[in-house]
Ligand binder design. Sequence first.
Ligand SMILES: [Zn+2]
Length: 534
Amino acid sequence: MGSLYLSRLSLEERNELVKKLWDSQNHKCFICGEEIDLDIHPVDIDHIIPLKMGGKDDPSNFALTHHSCNRSKQDANLRIARILHKFSKISEKTLEKKGTSPNLSDIFAEYGGAKYKLRFKIDGNLIKFSFPEIGDNNIYKYPIFEDKLSGFKYFFGVFPIEYLHHDERINPRTIGKNISKLIKEFFSKRPQLHITLGYILTEEGSSEIKVFDGQHKAAAQVLLGVKELPVRVFVDPDLDVLLTTNTNAGTTLRQVAFDKSVQRHLGSALYIERVERYKKERGLAEDDYSFSEADLVKYFKGESREMKRYILDSIRDWITHNPENKLKDFIDFGGRAKEKPLSYSTIEKTFYSFFIYRDALQTPINYRLEEGENPRELEKQQILRLTNIIAEEIYIGRFDPDIGTYRIENRIQKGENIPEPHLVAYRMSREEIIYNWLKYIGQIIKNYFIMQGKPIDENKLFQYSFPEPLWERIRIFVKNLRDLPIWVNKELSSTVFGGKQNYEYWQTIFETGKTPQGFQVLLHPINLMDMIKE
Ligand SMILES: [Zn+2]
């Protein structure tokens, strides 16, 4: 790119340089590491360190790449581009294999880590170990310390990655593209400030060192070619406490910018944990679920508030990450929605807060499970079905991720042509709007049961089995609502849809057809009876 040196070469001299670089790189592309066939592949000569960053314009700073690799490189510095390319490859592989982004164990697997258990001996306040599997028979001795308040024992050490393993249960997070920032930081020789945390279990005299915190930093180091990492290793910690601590780090303590839906996942892991513990401590059979949520809350009474949260988390988690959830593709889990119309926090404040029963149930966990009438099971299944109806009628094939959500109303005002179905999906997704219309769905359901003469507890609406005609009504309502002219009215872009309004503003519009300032925006107030008719 912009090389004076290269521009002065004759074709012959250039070919000679290509050949020389090709040989010195063992016929491999500098970025992807795959073979270059000079007869088949178009190639680029590029600066390894860009001129802008002080790289030299001469052969010592040149590398040969596939033309396409150079075109799609993820950083101007080719050494960083090479690492980011490698990470993309690992991501693709993991996605294919597990359907998720990679975590630290996938990175370890790629670089020869996570192979062995550490054999050790504890002698008073000293731990001794060695790494014979990799030919290092030195005996390392480190002091064991005690955490003053928790009483947890730990030591510090530097460990070859062959002995480090990722703990997926305590740390279920995956590694995303944002790791590139860490890679660049470490590449520019800034030190790692916080060290990785791990633990060993001494029961068997040898143990994997399980890493449960600091996986992004560890992964970035490994991707940069680091073969050993400093770790603070806990000795026989109470795993339950670590799991809870890691959850609290994301909730009460807010030390970590935790992805909210991962928090939920942790919550549900903790729920399962408590259920297992309850069965064990009460001597119940493996398949005995004759106790209720309320029994659990009572049993773990010191943490009854957490226990209730774990129960809700497990329901939210089941719905959110269900492979059949069609709305999932339209939810942004990172916090601030830029490309996707719904944020996870909106889903929580609407769908989950309206439709999941908040208190612990008194009925046994396996109550009417076999008849398909278990209240929690029904609740989850039916919320999922509602979610899918909404996805089908409003988002799928209508919301275009390439157009995204960024400053849509401004773009309309500037005359950009936003397709109507996309605009409808975008506008209906705004929290203050969906908050209102989703409530109406609750009302339609309630009404249906009342008309049938069926007594219901409206807080447990989704725990009653919905008959097909009711589902039909819900779908028609969603369609009718979607087809209201207000969603495609571009004139309203700077007024009604201009700034962020509150819930009541839209409640007034739906109830009266007018804004609180008296400006008519709907033909009529919403009439739910009309809206459930074709
Ligand atoms: Zn290449």
